[in-house]
Design a protein. Structure first.
Length: 486
């Protein structure tokens, strides 16, 4: 649902009404989304959808789709080979199925979060299980944060259009002293741009299972996970909301689009043409000169005055194209965009013009690694909060027996690490007795000590002694020998 000034006004009016209905007329709640952030989210959304504001200002400007490429690449690197599991008990097994289903779609939604600055993972009970919804930054509006920056109050806005009517739902979540409060309000309007009048929430089929107000006792933290792009917010320094991954590079992206448009125009203006004496061309039934079918872009009419014989019947026109200088200029813009967005040189720009030495390559990759590492930390924190919310719903609605659970994460680090070379070095260290085989298996497969031992095959020739025991013994012996020599 796209943010707009009118919607913010509606939200504030509905929020005031919900606070008053709860008997707290003197309490003031405010939508914590400044007009600057609201407008920025709208611009980021348009840029991501290949509809930047400069496209409407100048129709001859073409877009390269850089915002979408930047968000897509950072999302891909953030979730590349990401493995996350919930283990520990029957409760963990119960939550694991919806959790893994959510992870199956996570790359696309992290891309939306990167583009718009944030994303909420919102679990909800389905009767006999739990499902997880994704809410993009233009679909939720914060109302409160705690001292640590965690969002503790938020309104989710949703709209359905059916039979010429617009149904709007506003769902307010807030952590209170009495528990976790959820209030649902629904409205219907026949006019675009109007909130309309309030109706029962359950009168709309899609919202029939919702109640207008509920207090969930014993819940002390939000029942959702908030993924925030962990960059400084240059749009609103006071806002807890995150910026887009391409925030700060908007003007550079515009300049790159304009340079790209110059290249397109250059190619079109320098297309080869053949100027032909119109006496050589045919005439249609209306008496108009007719160019050869299918080659209208190639031929140009040339009217030669009668009696002038030194002019040829055909004259070719093939001007030189200036694409090299234009592409060099575009490449400079792309490199600056990469720097502003925390990407390695060569991600968008021409790789042949950057990274001349191994040190420069590693330094450039390190920039992407740092950006992606911060995004992974933010995503991990949001997913942990999401799992905690799932566990609370399981407790509140008796969906599963209580139990302990643990959430594990393993992110791929091949952005900056040559995995094959690192593996070869570690194997050499194991063979030399420098590194424990258990530590090697833990690094290689991301397992625990016990799992590493279980992975080692049994050796029948040694009466069931495992290969890991033999290697460990050799490793320990080698270490003792080294100590004796020292």
């Amino acid at each position: 649902m796209r943010a707009n000034n009118k919607l913010i006004q509606w939200l504030q009016q509905v929020l005031d009404k919900m606070v008053a209905e709860n008997g707290k007329k003197d309490e003031k709640k405010t939508i914590l989304l400044s007009s600057e952030m609201e407008n920025a989210i709208g611009v980021w959304t348009d840029m991501y959808n290949n509809e930047p504001p400069w496209m409407s200002a100048k129709k001859e400007i073409y877009t390269m789709g850089l915002p979408g490429s930047i968000a897509s690449e950072l999302s891909r690197l953030t979730t590349l080979e990401m493995v996350s599991e919930i283990t520990g008990s029957g409760l963990a097994d119960f939550m694991s199925t919806p959790y893994q289903e959510m992870l199956g779609h996570i790359r696309a939604y992290v891309e939306y979060g990167c583009a718009k600055g944030g994303l909420i993972f919102k679990p909800y009970p389905t009767g006999d299980g739990i499902a997880i919804d994704f809410v993009q930054a233009d679909g939720f509006y914060p109302t409160s944060f705690d001292s640590s920056g965690r969002m503790t109050g938020v309104i989710f806005a949703d709209q359905i259009r059916r039979s010429g009517k617009i149904f709007t739902k506003m769902e307010w979540h807030e952590v209170t002293g009495a528990g976790y409060q959820v209030i649902n309000k629904a409205f219907v309007s026949s006019t675009e741009g109007a909130l309309g009048h309030e109706i029962p929430v359950d009168s709309v089929e899609e919202w029939a299972s919702l109640v207008e107000r509920i207090i969930l006792t014993g819940v002390e933290k939000p029942l959702f996970g908030f993924f925030r792009v962990p960059s400084a917010n240059r749009v609103d320094n006071r806002s807890i909301m995150g910026p887009s991954v391409f925030s700060g590079a908007e003007m550079l992206i515009r300049e790159a689009d304009e340079q790209y448009s110059r290249i397109i125009r250059e190619y079109r203006l320098t297309e080869p043409a053949l100027f032909v004496n119109q006496m050589m061309l045919g005439v249609n039934r209306d008496g108009n000169i007719e160019l050869p079918s299918g080659n209208g872009r190639l031929y140009r009419k040339m009217d030669i005055a009668a009696g002038v014989s030194e002019k040829p019947f055909f004259e070719e026109w093939a001007p030189d194209i200036r694409d090299s200088s234009l592409f060099n200029g575009l490449n400079r813009y792309l490199q600056r965009i990469e720097f502003e967005c925390g990407l390695a040189y060569g991600t968008l720009s021409d790789m042949q013009q950057v990274d001349k030495t191994a040190t420069e390559i590693r330094s450039s990759k390190q920039r992407s690694y740092s950006t992606v590492s911060e995004l992974q930390k933010a995503l991990e924190a949001a997913l942990v909060d999401t799992v905690d919310a799932m566990a609370e719903y399981a407790r509140l609605y008796n969906l599963s027996p209580a139990g302990n659970y643990e959430v594990s994460f393993n992110f791929d680090d091949s952005i900056v690490v040559d995995t094959e070379r690192e593996q070869a070095i570690r194997m050499q260290e194991v063979n030399a007795g420098i590194l424990s085989p258990v530590e090697y298996l833990k690094w290689r497969y991301g397992v625990t000590d016990e799992q590493a031992v279980e992975m080692m095959p049994k050796n029948a020739e040694t009466g069931g002694t495992s290969a890991i025991d033999q290697v460990m013994a050799n490793w320990a012996g080698a270490g003792a020998a080294d100590t004796k020599e020292a």
